[in-house]
Structures are given as C-alpha cells and as structure tokens.
Design a protein around this ligand. Structure first.
Ligand SMILES: Nc1ncnc2c1ncn2[C@@H]1O[C@H](COP(=O)(O)OP(=O)(O)OP(=O)(O)O)[C@@H](O)[C@H]1O
Length: 269
C-alpha cells in the first residue's frame, strides 16, 4: 500500500491517457491566467481516476485537454498513444448538467450520440436497450426530460456518453447538482457500471468521499496554477459495498490524506 503513487505508472497495461509536462495559459484582454503547470499523469486502460482540488485549479481544463477541446500551451497530451490535436470521438463526456434536448424522449436523447456518429441503427438500438437496463431506466424510455428526476436525467446523460463504448469516459462533477441520497445511489451505480463496461474514467469531483469510494487513484491538485500535489492509491477491491467501504480504515486513510492536502479552503465533502 503506497501513500503516493507516481504520476507515470508502469502497470503493464496500455496507457489510456497521458499528460506529459503539460501547461495551459489563457490570455484574455484583461489578464493572463496560468491554469495548469507541469502536469504529468499516466492513466492505464480501465483505471478509475478521481481529480480533486480547489476551485479554479484547472480540473475541467485537464478534461478538456484530453477531449481535444483545448490545446496545451506546452507539453503533450495523448489518448491511447496518439497525440491529441483536435476534438476526439473516442471519449464520452458527462457534465454537471445533463443538457438533454427537452423535446426528445430519454431513448432519443441517448440515440443522439448514434446520430452524430452515424452508428449503424441496429447496433445503436441494441446498445441503448442494454444501457437503459444497466442504469435502471426501464419504463422511462419514452419520458421527456422534464418528466424525469435529476438523477434520472444524469443516467440518460451517462447512457448517451457510453453509447459508442468509448475507451475513456470524462466526467466533470456529474453528480454535483444532485441531492445527497441520489448522489449516493448514483455513486453505487457508477462503481457497478465502471466494472461492467471496463472503461477508463477520469472524474472531476468536489466530494472527497465520492473520490475515495469510486477511484483506484485520487489525484489531488494544488491551488492555481494547478499542478499535482499528490496521487493517492486507494487500496480497496474494485467491487465496493457503499456502507462497508465507508467503514474501512483504508477509506478513512485516503479521505484524511486528501483533506490534509487540501486544507480548510479545499474541496468540501
Ligand atoms: N477559456 C478560458 N479563458 C480564460 N480563462 C479560462 C478559460 N477556461 C478556464 N479559465 C481559467 O482557468 C482556471 C482553471 O479553470 P477550470 O475551469 O479548469 O478550473 P476548475 O478546477 O475546473 O474549477 P471549478 O472547480 O471551480 O469548476 C480558472 O482560473 C479559469 O478562470
């Protein structure tokens, strides 16, 4: 059990995501902002990584780099070995707001992904049905977004992000707008869905408990300009019962370490 794992990992598995000495500087008319500096991180295929850190330290910026929505000012970002040089299609993205089309049913919102990617319709329909079952949305396939709870809307957004079976799923505070009980429920489902799909996940969260419950490793960022303060291995089995996990000494060790690194002004739970 290591207190701190290295940013560069040799696990024998293919690397899904790698950031090498990445810096991001934004130049606006009023000021220059260094959002990230010297960030290096390797994420092996199938790993679940949670990223926590103070507001404005560059967490969303990291995800945007991986998605190819932003270019680093210096350094390299690679997805499955290829240098990221523009928007990538082999990722799924889930945001804090589900951003569903109000006039389309749950099923048709999920299928939007297939339309954008011109997936064969039979394959898309089959995968949609599987995902609806996996996320417990059966019976709500034809409901419009306003007829769904916030948690259900996020499940639809998750199905949409997973439809094309992306090897890498980027999640930016996906459960941040949900009430505590729904969030807990979705955390439990997320652990199962991650195990069932085998996808690599990068999750940005402000919840230390969520990070420790879901992740293989927790990346703790410093205040802006964001860099990696420490990467903490979570030495727990992949399949995690919620209450039992929370009661484990390893869970307490990880959450205490993250809290210690973030200090009083850091992420809230
Ligand atoms: N397009 C942009 N132009 C100028 N500055 C930007 C841009 N995008 C982000 N920034 C700045 O970069 C810094 C990092 O932003 P980012 O959204 O990545 O932080 P974050 O850690 O995700 O924040 P939060 O936890 O509050 O969501 C912030 O200071 C932000 O104001």
């Amino acid at each position: 059990m290591s207190e701190q794992s290295t940013a560069k990992r040799d696990t024998g598995r293919e690397t899904a995501v790698s950031l090498d000495e990445v810096a991001v500087r934004f130049r606006t008319r009023k000021r220059d902002v260094t959002a990230l500096r010297e960030v290096s991180l390797d994420v092996p295929m199938g790993e679940f990584v949670a990223i926590v850190g103070p507001s404005g330290c560059g967490k969303s910026t990291m995800l945007k780099l991986v998605a190819g929505l932003l270019k680093p000012s210096t350094g390299d970002v690679r997805l499955r070995g290829d240098k990221v040089s523009g928007p990538r299609h082999d990722i799924g993205y889930v945001f804090q707001r589900a951003a569903l089309l109000e006039w389309r049913s749950a099923r048709k919102n999920i299928l939007l992904q297939a339309e954008m990617r011109k997936m064969p319709s039979e394959q898309a329909r089959k995968r949609t049905a599987e995902l609806i079952e996996m996320t417990g949305l059966q019976g709500f396939e034809d409901a419009l977004p306003h007829e769904l709870s916030g948690g259900m809307q996020q499940r639809v957004a998750l199905c949409r992000a997973l439809l094309h079976e992306p090897p890498v799923l980027l999640m930016d505070e996906p459960f941040g707008a949900l009430d505590a009980l729904t969030r807990e429920q979705l955390n439990i489902e997320m652990n199962r869905i991650w195990r069932e799909t085998g996808t690599t996940v990068l999750l940005v969260t402000h919840s230390i408990a969520e990070a420790a419950y879901l992740a293989d490793r927790v990346v703790v960022m410093t205040d802006r300009p964001g860099s990696i303060a420490e990467i903490i291995d979570v030495d727990l089995p992949a399949e995690r019962d919620y209450a039992e996990t929370m009661a484990r000494p390893e869970f307490a060790r990880v959450t205490n370490r993250v809290r210690g690194l973030l200090g009083a002004g850091g992420a809230a739970d």
